[in-house]
Design a protein around this ligand. Structure first.
Ligand code: PRP
Ligand code: URA
Length: 209
């Protein structure tokens, strides 16, 4: 499917199974989420522009490369926060702007509670981070906010996605690529991904022990 990138690396897939496992506790859950998002981010940033520059080694001069675009990470609070640090390890100068959304449990519509995103230059590379794309309401709302602020280069990074969410997302934003470790079977009657991993925010932050 166009603009859907499912990353099948065996190390990532082994981590994903640990993440799904019901008995995996919060410490390992955060650890595995960080491992998985590193693989996804490397793929999502594979076309990041670079420019040549001169490097002095202990042996002399050579030409090297440096990143030439601003990278902006946009974690969707709360669970998206757990995906930020591994990408900052890869791109230490990335900018992080937060968007706060929660799903209304009855309507499944996203409710916005934090958004201070400023104007964004059109050459910036934006990665939207959220472990779960269920209905995609949260992802769609965040991408719309970014587009309204001027972003033209957006990628959606999620650990897991539902087919319904991918369809909804790409009917709104066919040009925004999705990077994920798995497209699961379906959403259940309360909008959870099956087989999924349960509530990502609760498992990451141990808020429903
Ligand atoms: C979860 C998840 C996504 C959203 C996905 O957040 O982290 O943001 O649901 O669902 P959607 O694709 O149907 O919008 P939740 O609302 O539980 O908030 P939390 O991160 O604060 O736990
Ligand atoms: N949010 C979650 O945390 N998990 C799901 O399966 C769906 C939405």
């Amino acid at each position: 499917m166009k603009n859907l990138n499912i990353i099948h690396h065996p190390i990532l897939q082994a981590s994903l199974s640990r993440l799904r496992e019901i008995h995996t506790g919060p410490e390992e859950f955060r650890h595995q989420a960080r491992r998985i998002v590193s693989f996804l981010a490397i793929e999502a940033l594979a076309n990041l522009p670079i420019r040549q520059h001169s490097v002095t080694t202990p042996m002399g001069q050579t030409m090297g490369f440096e990143l030439s675009s601003q990278v902006i990470l946009v974690p969707i609070l709360r669970a998206g926060l757990g995906l930020v640090d591994p990408i900052l390890d890869l791109v230490p100068n990335a900018t992080v702007w937060h968007v706060g959304l929660y799903r209304n449990e009855t309507t499944l519509e996203p409710v916005e509670y934090y958004n201070k995103i400023p104007k964004i230059g059109e050459t910036a590379y934006c990665l939207v981070l959220d472990p779960m794309m269920a209905t995609a309401g949260s992802a769609i709302k965040t991408c719309q906010i970014l587009k309204d602020r001027g972003a033209s280069n957006i990628r959606m990074v999620c650990l897991l996605a539902a087919p319904e969410g991918i369809r909804n997302f790409h009917s709104e934003f066919p040009d925004i690529p999705i990077f994920t470790a798995s497209v699961d079977s379906h959403l259940n009657e309360i909008g959870y991904i099956v087989p999924g991993l349960g509530d990502a925010g609760d498992r990451m932050y141990h808020t429903n022990p």
